[in-house]
Design a protein around this ligand. Structure first.
Ligand SMILES: [Zn+2]
Length: 410
């Protein structure tokens, strides 16, 4: 812990005379200009997104190069001088805390973030949530999800896919504490430290564009490499069957290092992997696969004590998701080993990122790329006349009104 770090005990530090002033600040109207109704401008790209950075039972260190204001939900607040580092532990957060810096980013542990931070103590764990403008959030997403030095049209396609995915979750999760988390379970976000000029440009030049299906943002899944053909979502996730996530031929991702791959495992490795769920397996006799659109949906393992039937994805996770990089694979038993060969990396649904790169290199625009991988969608600006998309306008307005994010004051 650095020498200037001190434990933060806000309960004894808030002077009572600040209560009234802080109460006034928190009753302000949000600065975002988002309205609903016919013919009214909607500036949805300017909407705040709330990202769960992480949860911790240990506490979090906060600092900034400028003065920091820490406000408690019921109105009390204090200031921390520029350059000071404070440690905030879960037990000291009785009510949510909102943290903002005047003109500099906030440093949270070892990473810098735009926007504001809120801390919530949920059952002894500190939820660290970053609230910031949608496009500022994308600055910290796009270069992590796709190399910023790839062709600009591919990076623009990625920016629109990431923006659409975020907007979908903002609308869907409007009553929760946060809209997205910062990991692969949403999309990876790493704050300011990863920002690149080229990916920021791709975000800025597409600043309000999203993909819509029937006036709603789509769930714009993307993956690294399809290996030649993408797959319907219904063959990957049970219960999902979206009209715009349909299998399409790719033909643009052969430059990917994961376009094709193979591994050989010996019988002992296979048995040990399968025993984690099927301890009764002593020897593996045969492995047979059932496929849909070239992807393994079911695996049947005949073994010394009977038969084990599992989904392709369970088999992949049991053996190794690093070795079996996608469900587009085949197995071949060769004596005492098993050869697993396959194509692509990732779930195979929606945008193929290496395919986007290939399409951009062959002169295609971001629109052509997106309309190739997502079927029956339209690419529209979410700024403008709401008569074109009344549903989105209403729901963006609804989600704003229920936001628990902190506001930035000049
Ligand atoms: Zn592909």
């Amino acid at each position: 812990m650095p020498s200037n770090t001190r434990r933060y005990r806000y309960t004894v530090l808030f002077p009572a005379c600040f209560l009234v002033a802080a109460g006034l600040i928190f009753s302000c109207t949000p600065s975002e200009r988002i309205f609903s109704g016919r013919g009214v401008k909607v500036f949805a790209h300017d909407r705040n997104v709330r990202v769960l950075l992480f949860k911790t039972k240990e506490g979090v260190t906060i600092s900034s190069h400028d003065k920091i204001k820490v406000s408690e939900e019921k109105g009390r607040f204090k200031f921390i001088s520029a350059g000071k580092r404070v440690m905030i532990r879960p037990e000291s957060v009785v009510r949510p805390l909102y943290i903002e810096s005047w003109n500099e980013p906030l440093q949270v542990n070892d990473a810098q973030y735009r926007g504001t931070i809120s801390l919530h103590n949920i059952a002894g764990s500190l939820y660290v949530i970053n609230s910031l403008k949608l496009n500022e959030y994308l600055y910290g997403v796009v270069p992590v999800e796709m190399p910023a030095d790839w062709p600009l049209e591919a990076v623009k396609a990625q920016a629109i896919a990431a923006r659409t995915y975020a907007l979908y979750h903002i609308m869907k999760q409007k009553n929760m504490l946060f809209d997205l988390d910062a990991t692969t379970s949403s999309q990876v976000y790493k704050g300011m430290d990863v920002e690149k000029a080229a990916s920021n440009r791709a975000v800025d030049e597409t600043r309000s564009l999203v993909m819509l299906f029937e006036n709603e943002p789509i769930v714009s899944f993307f993956h690294s490499t399809c290996g030649g053909k993408t797959v319907d979502d219904r063959f990957v996730w049970q219960g999902s069957d979206l009209p715009y996530l349909k299998s399409v031929r790719c033909g643009y991702c052969s430059a990917s290092p994961n376009y094709s791959w193979d591994y050989t495992l010996n019988v002992f490795e296979i048995k040990r992997a399968l025993n984690r769920r099927y301890p009764e397996i002593r020897t593996v006799d045969t492995i047979s696969l059932k496929k849909n659109q070239g992807r393994v949906s079911n695996v049947v393992v005949r073994h010394s004590h009977g038969m084990a039937n599992m989904s392709g994805n369970d088999f992949r996770l049991l053996i190794s998701p690093e070795k079996i990089k996608s469900l587009a694979f085949d197995v071949e038993k060769r004596g005492r080993s098993l050869n697993i060969s396959g194509r692509g990396w990732g779930h195979g649904v929606g945008l193929c990122q290496w395919g986007a790169r290939g399409m951009a290199e062959s002169g295609k625009s971001f629109k052509e790329i997106l309309l190739h991988y997502y079927r029956n969608v339209s690419i529209k600006s979410i700024d403008g006349d709401t008569r074109h998309f009344p549903t989105i306008a209403r729901r963006v307005a609804d989600s704003l009104h229920s936001s628990s994010g902190v506001m930035i004051h000049d």
